[in-house]
Write a new protein. Sequence first.
Lengths: 113, 112
Amino acid sequence: DAGVTQSPTHLIKTRGQHVTLRCSPISGHKSVSWYQQVLGQGPQFIFQYYEKEERGRGNFPDRFSARQFPNYSSELNVNALLLGDSALYLCASSSGGRGNTIYFGEGSWLTVV
Amino acid sequence: KNEVEQSPQNLTAQEGEFITINCSYSVGISALHWLQQHPGGGIVSLFMLSSGKKKHGRLIATINIQEKHSSLHITASHPRDSAVYICAVTMYSGGGADGLTFGKGTHLIIQP
């Protein structure tokens, strides 16, 4: 079975641009979470979606948005990119509910120049 | 103060040594996760704990809910164990996000 897949794996954007990152969860998983990991730091929670509804949001500005589709795949959108948005963006999926094992994708490396 | 604190931040040891990484948290949790991250970014879940102790191969994870503390042990360490080990918790919020709160990670290097 395929694991959590993310695309693109690497991308470079210019300040002020918009970016869309995509995530396909493990088959059967209904929960998708997004995390931002700045170089040298631990990941920070951005969003969680379960059954197409937002379950939680971390401390990120409104420039960050996400959605989950009927097939449980998800998109993370970031508008008006800043240099500080340069990071590894990680997607994780689980079957949902607290205490379930969480599976991570390989991440999307975003560089803003 | 971070809600999840790990120690040590960096650890270098010789092959074969017994390794211990500690994690303390200050909030109510429903689960604690130990994760491994190799250079390049991918994160692998090693353990998910809500009580007691779990063992997988040379890895052992324990949690003390009353003391809000967990440890990850590696026995007979090997250079391939070199990675960043991250402690993360799922907070018990009574409804809402299941997002993880992460420690800053422990950078482990095992020298041959």
